[in-house]
Ligand binder design. Structure first.
Ligand code: ADP
Ligand code: MG
Length: 231
């Protein structure tokens, strides 16, 4: 099944929010790197998945009514062995939720130079718009972000990256390595192409994206589809 078939099916079922697991699966299909991930239900399955992946791992609770996972304790980082996984499983499963609960077992990504935010929103007048910023207080407090209406060219993507005030953080600030800017350009271009080809995408929030001196990895994502019109 193609990506657009999957999206059609989802919105026909009346569901318009993809879980983190589904969102990242879609990103992987369009060529955006994500940490290895596996969806599990039972404790045994979860331990098996972690052992197969190799420690340390990350575990997150996937449930439709949990949006800001860290706020509810639904993200467990740096689990080093079977005991950690068992304890995390019990804690995640005790988080109150009305929806079906599953666990996403993930590879623990190595520490980045900095966290990025890459997004797409739908402007009522101009349609899909792309957003770029550096994660944390730069975005939350200072609103240091850049926008472009899709589709963008490679030149636009390069400008989006360079025009934020926090750009020096990507350019070898205080002896840190320089970020792989081409990898950022590549993600921005891929999202632009994807939203132009798939008109039913309403919003995409890749937060955070880990940037390295050699490569990039999206560790959390949320994709929202347009609501299907009532017939
Ligand atoms: P939230 O729903 O609260 O945004 P996230 O999935 O973004 O939850 O996880 C919270 C934080 O945990 C992230 O900002 C990131 O710093 C860290 N994190 C999440 N997933 C991973 C991972 N697979 N590897 C390493 N760090 C991760
Ligand atoms: Mg997040």
């Amino acid at each position: 099944m193609s990506i657009s078939d999957i999206l059609d099916q989802k919105s026909k079922a009346g569901e318009n929010v993809l879980t983190e697991f589904e969102s990242k699966k879609l990103l992987k299909e369009i060529g955006i790197p994500i940490p290895a991930q596996k969806l599990t239900k039972t404790k045994e399955e979860t331990i098996g998945a972690a052992e197969e992946m190799g420690f340390p791992v990350v575990m997150k609770l996937m449930a439709e009514d949990i949006v800001h996972k860290s706020d509810t304790g639904a993200v467990k980082l740096n689990l080093k062995d079977k005991n950690d996984v068992e304890a995390a499983y019990d804690e995640l499963m005790s988080i109150p939720s009305e929806s079906e609960k599953q666990i996403s077992v993930q590879e623990m990504a190595k520490e980045p130079i900095t966290e990025l935010i890459i997004g797409m929103t739908t402007d009522p007048q101009f349609g899909p718009a792309l957003m770029f910023g550096i994660g944390g207080i730069l975005v939350e407090l200072l609103e240091d972000v850049s926008f472009r209406i899709a589709p963008i060219t490679e030149y636009d993507a390069k400008e989006m990256i360079r025009e934020i005030k926090g750009f020096p953080l990507l350019d070898g600030f205080r002896g840190k390595p320089k970020a792989d800017l081409n990898a950022i350009v590549d993600i921005l271009m891929k999202i632009s192409e994807f939203v132009i080809e798939n008109e039913n995408i309403y919003e995409m929030d890749l937060n955070p994206v880990f940037i390295y001196d050699d490569g990039i990895m999206c560790v959390d994502a949320r994709i929202i589809l347009k609501k299907q019109q009532e017939e």
